[in-house]
Design a protein around this ligand. Structure first.
Ligand code: PEP
Ligand code: CO
Length: 449
């Protein structure tokens, strides 16, 4: 490893510490060192070769030869890493992917926001309730959601627990996607169940068209063995450097560094400073990476991210996940896309229609309106089509469960319904039905090409 790379893993540039935003204040440094040493001794969760495959897939999405679907919880939790929850989330992503594949007529790259999404950036380091101030909840990798002093104390052993929870999750995901569960025929049957619900009758025609395509392929003797398994990748925000750095390894084939905690990692909106420790860290790993980009980013900020993370202009290496808000995407996105295009940089554009559309409902829940989510994706497609660039994918917070966290959708979830089943410990997720509905709507947008 070069000195620069060693420095980078230590969070230094030319021997000087870089600023790493959003890190917990660990109360016990010796306990942190122990946890980091344990992580360093553990096997990788993913292999470099798999990350390279994903980089090729992401490159295909940048030219319209594939479409990326990234989805999962805002924040995974240890208690919810159960077989049923994991199965239902994978099932939801597979169902969405089947519909999108038909709409786009290109392969859909399936990426779970899972098996590592255990750390959260917060707007404040502390939280005050009824006069009591405690450390903010920073994700299960750091502390517990419960509002007590003991639960909120950052505990480095949680880094180790996050590794085990991620390992178990990924193991099950790999089993589901290679062991027959992901068979396209099952997935299609599940989707038939979705459109059989009267609320979703608007999507019957598309489902019927897919049905005909499936029958046509079967009649032609298409190789259904090839449809029994599917590629499925893992992704999370590379936020906690005390987790990502110890899981960074040298690939013995190429001598290059990879973050082996996930196939794809992204840097969030709050930590994407071109001169900060997070961008420095991802600039040294060889995984495909992403950066969130809000309306607050200037075109020059975005160019700086390209310079820092993809100086060799490798296709598939860098994805911009734009999250502008439905009301802003049409105004804020074009200048950024234009400048990137003019620079000649290869990037993949993905739309996160969730994080620019969060608000507090009258009843006090952090929520999002399904209409805004759809409108931001529409705006994203309009901007890219207008500029002749490629809308390469979507990134959504979703669950396979029937939660009531986002308003609207065909089931018309109202503010008064939010308290029925609001389970997210962070941002509101689309439930199973809303996720499928979004997939049908995006498939219609894709089919307009
Ligand atoms: C997130 O993806 O959960 C998140 C915090 O997003 P952003 O960094 O875009 O705010
Ligand atoms: Co979120």
């Amino acid at each position: 490893m070069s000195t620069t790379e060693l420095d980078s893993l230590a969070g230094l540039r030319a021997g000087t510490p870089l600023v790493a935003g959003q890190q917990p204040t660990w109360p016990d440094q010796a306990a942190l060192a122990d946890a980091v040493a344990i992580l360093e001794s553990y096997p990788p969760l993913v292999f470099a070769g798999e990350c390279d495959v994903l980089r090729d897939r992401v490159a295909a999405a940048s030219t319209g030869d594939a479409f990326m679907l990234m989805g999962g919880d805002c924040a995974e939790t240890f208690v919810n890493a159960t077989a049923d929850n994991i199965r239902d989330r994978v099932k939801t992503v597979l169902q969405m992917a089947a519909v999108l594949t038909y709409g786009a007529s290109v392969p859909v790259v399936k990426i779970g926001r899972m098996a590592g999404q255990y750390a959260k950036p917060r707007s404040s380091d502390t939280e005050t309730r009824e006069g009591v101030t405690l450390p903010a909840y920073r994700g299960d990798m750091v502390n517990d959601f419960e509002f007590t002093e003991a639960a909120r104390r950052p505990d480095p052993q949680r880094l180790v627990r996050a590794y085990h929870a991620s390992s178990a999750t990924l193991n099950l995901v790999r089993a589901f996607t290679s062991g027959g569960f992901a068979d396209l025929r099952h997935v299609h049957d599940w989707n038939r169940g979705f459109v059989a619900n009267a609320a979703n009758s608007r999507y019957e025609k598309l489902a019927h068209d897919i049905d005909k395509a499936m029958k046509f392929m079967a009649a032609c003797g298409a190789d259904f063995d090839a449809m029994r398994t599917t590629e499925f990748f893992s992704a999370h925000e590379a936020l906690l450097l005390d987790y990502e750095r110890p899981l960074t390894r040298i690939d013995s084939r190429t001598g290059r560094l990879y973050d082996t905690s996930a196939h794809f990692v992204w840097v969030g909106e709050r930590t994407r400073d071109g001169e900060g420790a997070h961008i420095d860290y991802v600039s040294h790993i060889h995984n495909p990476i992403g950066a969130k980009v809000s309306d607050k980013a200037s075109p020059d900020d975005v160019l700086r991210l390209i310079e820092r993370t993809n100086p060799d202009n490798e296709p598939g290496r860098l994805t911009f996940i734009t999250r502008m808000g439905a009301g802003k995407v049409r105004d804020a996105l074009p200048a950024i896309v234009d400048k990137v295009t003019a620079s000649g940089a290869h990037v993949t554009w993905v739309c996160d229609p969730m994080h620019g559309n969060t608000f507090e409902s009258a009843s006090g829940y952090k929520t999002r309106d399904f209409e805004d989510v759809v409108d931001e994706v529409r705006g994203f497609f309009e901007v890219h089509r207008g500029l002749g660039t490629v809308p390469g994918g979507i990134h959504v917070e979703l669950t396979g469960n029937d939660v009531t966290e986002c308003l609207g959708g065909a089931e018309k979830i109202l503010d008064a319904d939010l308290n029925k089943r609001y389970e997210s410990v962070c941002d509101p997720r689309l439930n199973h039905q809303q996720s499928l509905e979004l997939a049908f709507l995006v498939a219609e947008m894709l089919a307009q090409d």
